[in-house]
Structures are given as structure tokens and as C-alpha cells.
Design a binder for this molecule. Structure first.
Ligand SMILES: C[S@@+](CC[C@H](N)C(=O)[O-])C[C@H]1O[C@@H](n2cnc3c(N)ncnc32)[C@H](O)[C@@H]1O
Length: 336
């Protein structure tokens, strides 16, 4: 028997604000979201195209971790910088993950979110990392060595990763390279791709977002749902406990315990940024001391004044306090 995660047939409201084309025109992604934890989305081999997946989640008002894995360091604070038309940087750099990956957030958004950039081979990293809620993919070279036959290429590739997507989770295939047949021949009917798992095509979606030059762009993608056999190991898995493992290593506040979070709230703790992140004051000092005298200065982007909009960091700490299951568990001492 396959899982029966809640179906939204008949309801037009899914998660977020994209347009979905199912039997009728609807709004949102067809996924059930656990309100008690951030959603985890990976967009491997994104290059500088991560704005597509970012824009699908940034206005959902639900916390999320956005994981990039690429050979290149396409950080928003390196060239080509992610800036608006007045050269203001849109992202701020946060403390690194415990494994040293660079982490950023979009400074204008109150919703807690973290964009983590892992430099490395995507399959190598993701196949060893905790599972995901959503795999967003536009470039499949990290999976295409698993293709056995041209007719089954999509299923061949996904059969090597599907155990890392939670039951009821999604595979979102960006339309950017829909002309590449072997990456886009997903089955149109619900199909078993391993002994324990099936994929089901659900719908086509479209949404608006900005691109790497901060221009408004329309994106579109296909959405497939993952089902695991309830009688199998995957069907029995506690996905909450598995997915939670992302947070302790990626986000410093999640590695604290409840009383530490309470103390931070009591102290009205301000957020920290990365110790190498250029602050607004640094930028102005450089402008005053160096650039003012130059005839045609090449200006680095102006960093955001704060990494979080007013009060939103404190709101996030309060949200964490309300979700203690996400926090690091107190170590059981063997002695008193
Ligand atoms: C041609 S660009 C495509 C960028 C973007 N995804 C798109 O479709 O426009 C390919 C990107 O995938 C990355 N890439 C290719 N194979 C990869 C792999 N096995 N692991 C990690 N990154 C990979 C490259 O470094 C590069 O940034």
C-alpha cells in the first residue's frame, strides 16, 4: 500500500503563491507542509539560476532552508553581485554552517530563511545529507550517469535519489531546459520507480520572481509527488527527525537549547552576521576614505543596513521557543 498524504484535489489553495494548472486553475504548490519546522529545498547545480527556486518560496511566509550545491561559488556577495538597480546588495551574509558552508539571507524578508551554498559535487553531497521536502532541479548532470535507457532516463536518474525525498515531498522540474528530452521524460502516470517508491505527475506551475539582475521574470515548472510504500522502511521513517538534522549543522540558533533561546529573548538579542561580511559602516568608511577622491570609483555593492527587518530576528527566536522539538536536545549526563 502506498502512502495517503492529504490530497488537495478539489481545493484550489496549495502552499505559496504560484499558479497551478491541475484540473482547474489553482494557487500554490500541492504539498502538505509541517507548520512546526522550516521546509528544506535543494536546488543542485543551480549556478546563478537559484533565483528561480528562491522566488517560489520567498513569499510563502513559511521558514525555509534553501540548499545550493555546485562546483562553483555562486554566492550573492561575489561577482556578479546580487544587487538592485541602485547597487544595494539584496542579501546579507550570516554565520557559516558548522561545516563551513557560506549562508545568506535576503535582508528585506521577515520570514526566517537561510540560503546555504555548498561547494562540491551535488550527488556526493546530497546522497549523504539528510532528506529533503523538495528537490528543485533544472540541470541533471549530477544524476545522468545513472541513465540506463533513453526511454526510462528520468526514472533511472530519480531511482537513485528518491529515498532522500520525504513521503509526500515534491520533485520540481524547472522548464528552463525542457528541450533536453532525457531530463524531461518523466512518466505522465503514477509510476513505480524502485521497489518501495513511486512518482506521480501532479501539475504545471508558473510564478513571478526576480532574476540575477533583479528583473521581474516569469518562471514555470512541472511538479511531481513522491510516494513511499507504507510497509517499507521508507514508509516507516520518521521524516521529521531525519529532516531536523539539517538545522543543527546549518543554523546556529537551532543548536542551542530552550533556556539559551529564552535568555536571548530576555536580552532582546540582536542578530549576528558573518565576521567578514561588509557592514554598512565599513562601506561608508571606505567611501569616505578611499573612493571620494577617485574620479570614477568602482563601487562595491552597498550592504543592507541589517540582515533581518526590524523585530523579525526576535520574532524568529520566539518562534523557535515555541518549537522546542527543533532545538538541540540536552545531553543526558551519566553522573549528577
Ligand atoms: C550550465 S550551468 C546551468 C546553471 C543553471 N542550473 C541553469 O540551468 O541555467 C551548469 C551548472 O551546474 C554545475 N554542475 C554541473 N554538474 C555538477 C555536479 N555534478 N555537481 C555540482 N555542480 C554541478 C556547474 O558548476 C554549473 O554551475
Amino acid at each position: 500500500m502506498m502512502s495517503s498524504t492529504i490530497e488537495r484535489n478539489g481545493s484550489i489553495m496549495g502552499f505559496g503563491n504560484c499558479i497551478n494548472y491541475r484540473q482547474e486553475l489553482g494557487v500554490g504548490l500541492p504539498i502538505d507542509v509541517d507548520k512546526g519546522r522550516p521546509l528544506v529545498i535543494a536546488h543542485p547545480a543551480a549556478g546563478i539560476y537559484y533565483h528561480s527556486s528562491m522566488s517560489l518560496f520567498e513569499d510563502t511566509k513559511h521558514p525555509f532552508l534553501h540548499v545550493m550545491v555546485d562546483y562553483g561559488d555562486y554566492y550573492p556577495n561575489t561577482y556578479p553581485y546580487v544587487v538592485d538597480c541602485a547597487n544595494y546588495a539584496l542579501y546579507h551574509r550570516l554565520p557559516d554552517s558548522s561545516l563551513g558552508h557560506n549562508v545568506f539571507r535576503k535582508a528585506s524578508i521577515s520570514t526566517p530563511h537561510w540560503q546555504m551554498h555548498v561547494i562540491g559535487e551535488a550527488y556526493e553531497f546530497l546522497s549523504k545529507a539528510p532528506p529533503l521536502d523538495i528537490l528543485y532541479v533544472d540541470w541533471f548532470t549530477w544524476l545522468d550517469e545513472f541513465i540506463v535507457k533513453p526511454e526510462t532516463s528520468f526514472c533511472d536518474m530519480m531511482s537513485h535519489y528518491i529515498h532522500k525525498i520525504r513521503d509526500g515531498g515534491l520533485i520540481i522540474i524547472d522548464d528552463k531546459h525542457e528541450n533536453i528530452e532525457q531530463w524531461n521524460n518523466y512518466p505522465k502516470e503514477r509510476t513505480k520507480i524502485t521497489n518501495d517508491s513511486e512518482i506521480e505527475y501532479l501539475c504545471h506551475i508558473e510564478w513571478l520572481g526576480t532574476n540575477w539582475q533583479d528583473e521581474m521574470t516569469t518562471y514555470s515548472a512541472k511538479v511531481l509527488k513522491v510516494h513511499h510504500n507504507l510497509e517499507s522502511k521508507l514508509g516507516q521513517k520518521n521524516w521529521f527527525e531525519e529532516i531536523k538534522k539539517w538545522f543543527w549543522t546549518s543554523i546556529p540558533e537551532f543548536a542551542l537549547n530552550k533556556s539559551q533561546i529564552e535568555k536571548m529573548i530576555e536580552n532582546k538579542q540582536e542578530e549576528s552576521i558573518h565576521h567578514l561580511a561588509v557592514t554598512w559602516n565599513d562601506w561608508h568608511d571606505t567611501w569616505r576614505d578611499v573612493y571620494m577622491d577617485l574620479e570614477r570609483p568602482v563601487l562595491q555593492p552597498i550592504p543592507p543596513f541589517k540582515a533581518w527587518p526590524r523585530n523579525s530576528y526576535l520574532e524568529y527566536l520566539k518562534w523557535l521557543k515555541e518549537h522546542p522539538k527543533l532545538l538541540f536536545e540536552k545531553l543526558q549526563k551519566r553522573t549528577l
